[in-house]
Design a protein around this ligand. Structure first.
Ligand code: NDP
Ligand code: 13P
Length: 335
């Protein structure tokens, strides 16, 4: 098995380390030659994972063509909104039976497509070769070898099992699933809810508020998921509640950190600075998740509030008042 990890940010680099530790021959593509050089010569990615020593067997290149040639597994590790243009360039070099594995947790802004749908549309590859890797996986903890589980979802269960083996280590335990839709909705929606948790924390609210946001965030994620064909069990699993809890609780989360700065009164630009140039997917995906929910007539009040704070100039305090001012509801409702 040979894997190409396309993208050398925090998660692409951690996943490349996992693959090498799992015994999979792996090359990582960094778009900046100086980063590829540093990974090859110093075995570090100081921009994204300072202090982590990468395996000597991990090779890096800034040539996407060199990375893709002969790869059995192509891991798409660039942020959601840049997947389409990158993949368009990579497609001619992707092998005819290669598996494509998406790491990105977002919904494309102008099309409202999930990442596996973008991959299918751009490459023409069938669902049986497209997989998603997602779960409670904060990159730095995985790079440190802390134990965690994840989900590898693919419509073709046999391919998911093959991938499971390629990504399995003593600290990283993938479970298989065939519910790609549920995994992708869980991963995209939790970033938005993590922004909301960050805002609540930044404004000074405690654990009751955070637990309320996580739980009601899961409720609206399940409503959207069910509307687009997800299985509730997936959203009750690692790719749903698991990732939601990790991201909403951890100071390592870029989305939570971004939201916390907004809650403290920072501007969008100041909040962006707090994530050290790394992507906070929920900032763009709050709009696409909201639009997807509107298309399916699914109420997502928390997602709507996050969108209003991030893109309509609403203050966090006004968003809180607006959420609490809604009419009383039963705990379980669909529309
Ligand atoms: N970090 C985490 O803990 C986890 C992240 N994810 C998901 O993984 C995906 C990747 O995120 P992550 O690695 O964290 O992001 P980072 O912000 O850490 O890194 C982004 C990477 O993508 C590259 N990049 C950015 N824009 C472009 C572009 N337009 N074209 C090509 N390359 C680009 C960057 O290159 P450069 O350095 O040159 O700018 C960098 O290598 C996201 O969807 C995220 O939600 C999923 C699980 C865990
Ligand atoms: O997806 C993640 C953890 O599973 C990482 O979350 P952030 O992008 O908010 O850092």
């Amino acid at each position: 098995m040979r894997a190409a990890v396309m993208g050398a940010g925090s998660w692409g680099t951690s996943v490349a380390k996992v693959l090498v530790d799992a015994g999979t021959d792996t090359v990582i593509w960094a778009r900046r030659p100086e980063l590829a050089e540093a990974i090859n010569s110093e075995h570090v990615n100081a921009d994204y994972l300072p202090g982590i020593t990468l395996p000597g067997a991990l090779t890096a290149t800034s040539s996407a063509v060199d990375a893709l040639m002969g790869a059995d597994i192509v891991v798409c590790g660039v942020p959601s909104q840049s997947l389409r243009p990158n993949l368009t360039q990579w497609t001619p070099y992707i092998g005819s039976d290669a598996s494509l594995v998406s790491l990105a947790k977002g919904i494309e802004s102008n099309t409202l497509l999930r990442m596996s749908e973008v991959i299918a549309e751009v490459t023409g590859v069938g669902d049986d070769r497209i997989a998603v890797l997602t779960g409670p996986n904060l990159a730095r903890e995985i790079a440190e070898g802390q134990p965690a589980a994840t989900v590898i979802a693919c419509a073709d269960e046999a391919r998911a099992v093959t991938l499971q083996s390629a990504f399995s280590t003593r600290y990283f335990r993938p479970y298989t699933n065939t519910d790609v839709v549920g995994c992708e909705i869980g991963g995209s929606a939790k970033n938005v809810i993590a922004l909301a948790c960050g805002m609540a924390s930044g404004i000074g609210f405690g654990q009751n508020t955070l637990a309320t946001i996580i739980t009601r965030g899961l409720a609206e994620t399940i409503r959207l998921g069910v509307a687009v064909g997800a299985q509730i069990e997936t959203l009750a699993g690692l790719a749903g509640i698991g990732d939601l809890v990790a991201t909403c609780s951890s100071p390592l989360s870029r989305n939570r950190t971004f939201g916390a700065r907004l809650g403290e009164g920072a501007t969008m630009a100041q909040a962006q600075e707090a994530t050290n140039g790394q992507v906070a997917e929920g900032v763009k995906s709050c709009s696409s998740v909201r639009a997807l929910a509107e298309r399916h007539q699914v109420p997502m009040p928390l997602t709507n509030a996050v969108h209003q704070v991030c893109h309509d100039g609403m203050s966090v305090a006004d968003a809180v008042n607006s959420l609490l001012g809604r009419s009383p509801k039963p705990e379980i409702y669909r529309d």
